[in-house]
Every structure is written in structure tokens, then in C-alpha cells.
Design a protein around this ligand. Sequence first.
Ligand code: GLN
Length: 196
Amino acid sequence: MALIGVLALQGAFREHAAALSRLGAAVREVRQRKHLDGIDGLVLPGGESTVMGKLLTDLHMLEPVRNRIAAGMPVYGSCAGLILLCEQIEDSTQPRIGLLQATVRRNAFGRQVDSFETDLAVKGLTAPLRAVFIRAPLITAVGPDVEVLARVDMAAHGGEGERIVAVRQDNILATSFHPELTPDTRLHALFLGMQA
Ligand code: GLN
């Protein structure tokens, strides 16, 4: 059985842990560097990416987490977790893991619709997924190794065109939204399927 770490410094980590447990995974809350030892995968939850990045830096965990992911450990970042994974964060120098070849715009939906839910077609899932967006980021550019799994139609949210909200690059999975806030565990199952 896979042992999955859930970064538990801040944010919606309990909900991720519950979803993974429901799927039969063993879960460990990761609060210190030593908690990274022996985990087979890691979830970076939603919350506040600036706070999480600072805590990871202060606790000397940023580099070890980056090294484990670079060595192939599967990682799933939702919302703030996605932001932490991206190489480029628009208008920000905040600390990051930075291994996902993508540019992200924080709080990209503006104030009027800063939080909303929608049914989203996600590549790899047969039926649409209920996606909860909370002060969510958008991916504005991706590199050649990044597979786009889902886009949201911005017309419904005061914008234009379609924007990327779920991606995969090798062992890295990331979504702008929060599947852990619904009873649907299919996205977590997809992540568990990435274990070698
Ligand atoms: N706006 C938050 C950030 O920039 C992300 C919001 C979330 O994780 N729900 O970190």
C-alpha cells in the first residue's frame, strides 16, 4: 500500500488526507523535513501559497521536497499547491518548488467571481468532475512537456476564451481547483495511479 504524504503546514490538508484514506492509501501528515522519509507520493494542498512557501523555506523543507520530486516522486498540487509547483508566478518572487513548466496567475478570477463551482471535463476521467474554485489561480502558459487535462470557459466568468486549470507533467499533477472539497475521489484516484 502506498504511503502518501500530505503537506500539513497550512490550508486544506485534512480533506486531502480523508480522500486518500477513503481510497485505501496510507496517509502521513508532513510537518517536518523528517516526515518526507519513506513517502511514495506527496500532496500540496490549497491554502495560501506565500505562507506555505515561507514555511517550507523556514523549515528547510523546500529543497528536500524539490529534490524528491525531481527524482520522480509523484506530487499533486491543488490551488496554492499548484502555484508552489510552477516555474513562473506572474508578478511574484515568492518562494516556490518551481518544477512545473508553467506560468501561473494568482487570484485570476477577480473579485466578482473569486469563488465558484462548475462541471469540468477532465482528460482521463469519463464523466465531468464538479470543480470548486476558491480565489483560484489560472495557468497562462505551459512548456512542451506539460499535458493539459482541463480548461475552463472564461466567458462564464467575465473573461474570454478558455484557460488551463489542470495539467500533468510526468510525475507532477496540478489543478487550480479543489477536488478534496467534494465527495468525488476520482482525481485522487488518478494521482494514486501515478505511483510507480
Ligand atoms: N489565492 C491563494 C494563493 O495565491 C490560493 C487559493 C487557494 O488555495 N484556495 O495562494
